[in-house]
Design a protein around this ligand. Structure first.
Ligand code: SAM
Length: 362
């Protein structure tokens, strides 16, 4: 099906202003971050009557000049407004200060992506995450192998971003997944075990097997041991891009959460085929993804289009946040079909439950 999205209905003056927002975006981003990190937005949030720039400077402990340039940039950023010489917080300022989605996205932009994005064009030309290679080192092909060795601030913001999106979906998902009382679940790309640990805590019988890189798996095992679930959280360290290595077999559910978006289309096909082989007779593949076409809010679609660029420049150079039809087409090629779909799980996820197309009916 041909796709349609967006339009060209904007007034020329608005379009020109929006073009300036793009032209100055990196500098204005840093101004917004300074307003947040110096505590200026918090100060204005806690004092609804606002302050003059001199008062802000004094309370925050920066020069009047510093407070003035930041607050005036804040006017154009629409984070603050000026009323009788007094700066007050806008709703956008409130979100920048207090909204966890905005915090996860902003910290991820700063600590994982900001410097790396100087190399976006090279990443596209070379189909490699040149941002990762030039800023953090080139001994890894992808960010996933590098994660365990990345600087603390990088790891904190990377995990903050990843966990923010998945943690919000967990409570709804446990209900859906355990409706059918699965006994064996394969958690492909299970990371540090967050989902697997939720499952074993939720259900006393289920046994989880995680597949991931050794660094992530080591942390997952440590977490399982700490929480007393060592016996029911197993795993294999492997490079999942080696398509000649099959997954272990005999699972009621193969679980892939925020995982397939880490790969290009050919690799996704290979991973789905191996997942299909890992299912037992009645097993199902559960794919949890954030599809940019299946969002309730524009803020989510915007975030997902930006996240795709992180994949290009930092993660691996060839994956992205997909359109849901892209995934359906790949499933179809792998001989799988979607039998149930849950929309708007957590903040912006879609869960597709899939099974082989030609499963024998007993
Ligand atoms: C975005 S995280 C998702 C983690 C988790 N499933 C969730 O929903 O939060 C993707 C996971 O896939 C793993 N991964 C990506 N490429 C991999 C590869 N080639 N081999 C092994 N693991 C890989 C990463 O290490 C990471 O833990």
């Amino acid at each position: 099906m041909k796709r349609n999205y967006g339009n060209d209905n904007k007034h020329a003056l608005t379009a020109k202003l929006d073009a300036q927002k793009i032209a100055w975006a990196p500098m204005m981003f840093q101004a917004a971050r300074a307003l947040r990190d110096f505590g200026i937005l918090k100060l204005l949030l806690e004092n609804k009557n606002g302050f003059t720039s001199s008062e802000v400077a004094e309370k925050i402990g920066i020069s009047r000049y510093g407070a003035t340039v930041l607050l005036e940039a804040g006017l154009s950023l629409e984070l603050v407004y000026l009323e009788d010489d007094v700066f007050k917080l806008t709703k956008t300022g409130f979100f920048l200060q207090s909204d966890p989605l905005t915090k996860a996205n902003m910290d991820f932009t700063q600590d994982v992506n900001y410097e790396a994005f100087m190399y976006l064009q090279e990443s596209i030309k070379n189909s490699k995450p040149e941002g990762l290679h030039r800023v953090f080192g080139d001994r890894w092909a992808t960010v996933y192998e590098a994660l365990a060795e990345m600087p603390d601030q990088f790891r904190k913001s990377w995990f903050g971003f990843d966990h923010y999106y998945s943690d919000n979906a967990f409570p709804d998902l446990l209900e859906i997944v355990f409706k059918k009382s699965p006994k064996k679940i394969l958690d492909v790309g299970g990371n540090t075990g967050k989902w697997s640990l939720q499952c074993v805590a939720h259900n006393p019988e289920v046994e989880m097997t995680i597949l991931d890189h050794p660094g992530q798996l080591k942390e997952a095992f440590e977490n399982a041991e700490k929480l007393g679930f060592k016996d029911r959280v197993k795993g294999h360290a492997m490079d999942l891009l080696k398509h000649e290595i099959p997954f272990p077999k005999g699972f009621d559910i193969v679980w892939m959460s925020q995982f397939l978006d880490c790969f290009g289309e050919e690799d996704i096909l290979g991973l789905i085929l191996r997942a299909k082989d890992a299912l037992n007779e009645n097993g199902k593949l559960y794919i949890l993804e954030t599809y940019w076409d299946d969002q309730k809010y524009e803020a989510s679609t915007y975030s997902l289009h930006a996240t795709s660029l992180y994949f290009t420049c930092v993660a691996n150079g060839n994956s992205r946040m997909y359109h849901s039809d892209d995934m359906r087409e790949l499933l179809d090629k792998a001989g799988m079909q979607v039998v149930e779909t849950y929309h708007n799980v957590g903040i912006s996820h879609t869960l597709m439950i899939c099974e082989p197309k030609f499963r024998k009916i007993k």
